[in-house]
Design a protein around this ligand. Structure first.
Ligand code: KIV
Ligand code: ZN
Length: 500
């Protein structure tokens, strides 16, 4: 039987401290509800004393969420604890997360105090919090750089005072995996009463080792891990939920299991990236755009023969529809053949050889290949677009509402519609929607990329559309006018969705 690892999600507290990524209460509730469906055990919803907005978010999340424990952060300060308890009053299950610095850096240079006095303050905070809430987590801030013997004293004292969980943060992302794991083991072996509390790992990613350190902590006896979606957080971020969950799932021999429904990982990653306006780096493990994309010929051939040749995770297991084959100058015939079949073209060997030669000549100068490019290569240029943009005028400014007038050819007839929207692209898409009455087609993703540099640059737009049956299509458009590029991408996606 595997041991349970509790997933403590701090996307809405530590994660939300990223500059420029603040969320409003409604957005936080939306994420909290998704975290509940994902199966996290604890949601750290905010730091209530820090602002009225944070207080309100903890209050509203407590009402909106049923299963996970709702946790609120405090310093070892009575006022913080009182306010946190108040913000948690509607939570079905609640936890106060209080604590204080444990390293000599913090003790001397932040608190200008000494070890004994700081330990006393920590113990007093736990006893005070215990008056309001049974479940108390204590963080020994900067534990990664703290003296392990003093840390053990602190952990022992706060457990004696009533802490149910003790968090050992590597606040500055300083530790190496062996060092951090050894610290957790030392606490497990030297703290009296350690079995009365759960040890929690909370690692930052300053040296890119947050996930490795967290796993090392779990392998040495910790049973709670503090994580954020996409690894967002201050500076280089926190440990990412998806990496820890999938590492434990992939390495069953560790005998550590979470109750996360991993199929919900990717959609939630997208939601967090969109609401926080914080794109995920393409090569990010598990949730990056390229995490299941294969571009070299050897790998593509291997994956097409058997996915497991080059993938240790089934993309569907994390909610990604399928692996993708990206055509590049390093792609082989197998990949080109596969992509041509995907768009409905089955070529005989000689024809495939001819198309492959042409493809290689183009590939050195081309960053990516669209369906149109492949059809053109195969001598079957696409001229069956049923929806064509004839003209578009878009007006936007401040404070007037953006407005668009779009003229479309749709089944050989000309249609003109106007609409407003919350931005110029939204207005133009709304005008198209009035002509193409397909309410179920939704815009799932929208990326704008600059192709070169400068203000006269060409903008390239990728859009992902879905319909009521969860069919996905991608639309592409390029133009010096990014609004027009967006329109082209939308219409391209519609043509593929509706007429392929
Ligand atoms: O990194 C850290 O030490 C923290 C604590 C406040 C838990 O986020
Ligand atoms: Zn932190």
């Amino acid at each position: 039987m595997s041991d349970k690892v509790f997933i403590f999600d701090t996307t809405l507290r530590d994660g939300e401290q990223v500059p420029g990524c603040q969320l409003n209460t409604i957005e936080k509730i939306e994420i909290a509800k998704e975290l509940e469906l994902l199966g996290v055990d604890i949601i750290e919803a905010g730091f209530p004393v820090s602002s009225p907005g944070d207080f309100n978010s903890v209050l509203e999340i407590s009402k909106a969420v049923n299963d996970p424990v709702i946790c609120a952060l405090t310093r070892s300060v009575e006022e913080d604890i009182k306010v946190a308890a108040d913000a948690l009053k509607f939570a079905k299950r609640r936890r106060i997360h209080t604590g204080i610095g444990a390293s000599d850096y913090h003790i001397k240079h932040k608190f200008k105090s000494n070890r004994d006095a700081i330990l006393e303050r920590g113990v007093a905070a736990v006893k005070y919090a215990k008056k309001f809430v049974e479940d108390i987590e204590f963080y020994c801030e900067d534990a990664g750089r703290a003296d392990k013997v003093y840390l053990a004293r602190m952990v022992e004292a706060v457990i004696k005072a009533g802490a149910t969980v003790v968090n050992i943060p590597d606040t500055t992302g300083y530790c190496l995996p062996d060092e951090y794991g050894a610290k957790i083991r030392f606490l497990k072996e030297n703290v009296k009463g350690i079995d009365k509390a759960i040890l929690s790992v909370h690692c930052h990613n300053d040296l890119g080792m947050a996930t490795a350190n967290s796993l090392s902590g779990l392998m040495n006896g910790a049973r709670q891990v503090e994580v954020t979606i996409n690894g967002i957080g201050e500076r280089a971020g926190n440990t990412s939920l998806e990496e820890v969950v999938m590492a434990l799932k992939t390495h069953k021999s560790l005998n550590l299991a979470t109750q996360i429904n991993s199929k919900r990982i990717y959609p939630l990653s997208r939601l967090v990236a969109n609401l926080m306006r914080m794109p995920v780096q393409p090569n990010k493990a598990i949730v990056g755009r390229n995490a299941f994309a294969h571009s070299s010929g050897i790998h593509q051939d291997g994956v097409l023969k058997n996915r497991e040749n080059y993938e240790i995770i089934d993309p569907e297991d994390v909610g990604v529809k399928q692996s993708s084959i990206i055509l590049t100058a390093r792609s082989g015939r197998a990949a080109l053949k596969h992509q041509l079949i995907e768009i409905g073209l089955k070529l005989e060997k000689e024809e495939l050889d001819r198309v492959y030669d042409q493809f290689l000549r183009m590939a050195d100068n081309k960053r990516d290949f669209t369906e149109e490019d492949l059809l053109a290569l195969a001598g079957k240029p696409k001229n069956n677009s049923k929806i064509k943009i004839i003209s578009a005028q878009i007006m936007s400014g401040n404070p007037s509402a953006p407005m668009a007038r779009v003229e479309l050819e749709y089944f050989d007839e000309i249609h003109i519609e106007t609409a407003i929207g919350n931005g110029p692209v939204d207005a133009a898409i709304n005008a198209i929607r009035k002509i193409i009455i397909r309410k179920d087609i939704k815009l799932e993703e929208f990326f704008i990329q600059a192709m070169t540099k400068g203000s006269n640059d060409i903008g390239k737009v990728h859009m992902q559309l879905s319909d009521k049956n969860n069919n996905i299509t991608y639309g592409f458009g390029t133009d010096t006018d990014i609004v027009f590029a967006s329109l082209k991408a939308y219409v391209d996606g519609l043509n593929k969705m509706m007429f392929r």
